[in-house]
Ligand binder design. Structure first.
Ligand code: ATP
Ligand code: MG
Length: 235
């Protein structure tokens, strides 16, 4: 661990993380020696060109995948020491994830999609909690609708409600507004910052949107799998 990174104080930390994958041309390095630590409650934008490694980094930070080298620490737990079941348990307790393509379960209605992580985390009154958070995102009347019956913006709000339902320590969002018009995207982002403020959830957002990145406390830049910039907003 580099001296300047205090994993104990960080909600999330990457220490010398590299990721290699095999390709027909041989081994390909998609992340190279990435280290940083994120404070609780911060909002962090991850920026960089297409192919820079942003989604790969997010998947590692969320424990969806393992690095080839280095360590990922989430809420004081070294994810790289855990097997898939162990990481799944840590994810259920600590992490929410909003994907660009929503990833709602098509056979479950809006309410059931939001209830799912609450049930997985063994929370009390999942139905009541799910209804409350759907209300917060303005979709209380649509609770019985299936994903196919919802617009893109509505699906994204259900995805955010689902990701926030367990009040995770960290919410990851990979281009959360990529599929939305700018007005709907703006609402969705306002909602994420509001929920971040109200529940002190740490936000880690991948975005190509400069104005969204500028709203974050910190901007981490990737280029060709390397960390090339790390800027903090003026307080
Ligand atoms: N499993 C894999 N096998 C081979 N190459 C991969 C794999 N996953 C990612 N890559 C490659 O690694 C690089 C980084 O991918 P990644 O999806 O992290 O980029 P990104 O920064 O999220 O890009 P975008 O902005 O387009 O979403 C890309 O060149 C991609 O093709
Ligand atoms: Mg990506």
């Amino acid at each position: 661990m580099p001296d300047n990174i205090a994993i104990e104080d960080a909600v999330l930390a990457a220490s010398n993380v590299s990721k290699q994958v095999s390709s027909p041309e041989g081994s390909l390095t998609i992340l190279s020696n990435v280290s940083f630590a994120i404070d609780k409650g911060d909002s962090v934008a991850v920026v960089g060109a297409s192919g820079a490694g942003k989604s790969t980094l997010l998947a590692l930070l969320a424990g969806l995948d393992l690095p080839t080298e280095g360590e990922i620490w989430l809420n004081g737990v070294n994810l790289t020491n855990l097997d898939e079941d162990g990481r799944a348990a840590i994810r259920a307790a600590n992490v929410g994830f909003v994907f660009q393509s929503f990833h709602l379960v098509p056979s479950l209605n809006a309410l059931e999609n939001v209830m799912l992580p609450l049930e997985l985390a063994g929370k009390d009154s999942p139905r009541q909690k799910a209804l409350e958070i759907l209300q917060q995102v303005g979709l209380a009347e649509r609770w019985s609708h299936y994903p196919a019956q919802l617009s893109g913006g509505e699906k994204q709000r259900v995805a955010i409600a689902r990701a926030f339902a367990t009040e995770p320590a960290v919410l990851f969002a990979d281009e959360p507004t990529g599929n939305l018009d700018s007005r709907t995207g703006g609402h969705v982002i306002d909602l994420m910052f509001e929920l971040n403020r109200d529940s002190s959830t740490t936000l880690v957002l991948v975005t190509h949107d400069k104005s969204l990145a500028a709203r974050c406390d910190r901007i981490i830049g990737l280029d060709g799998g390397r960390l090339v910039s790390d800027q903090r907003a003026a307080a």
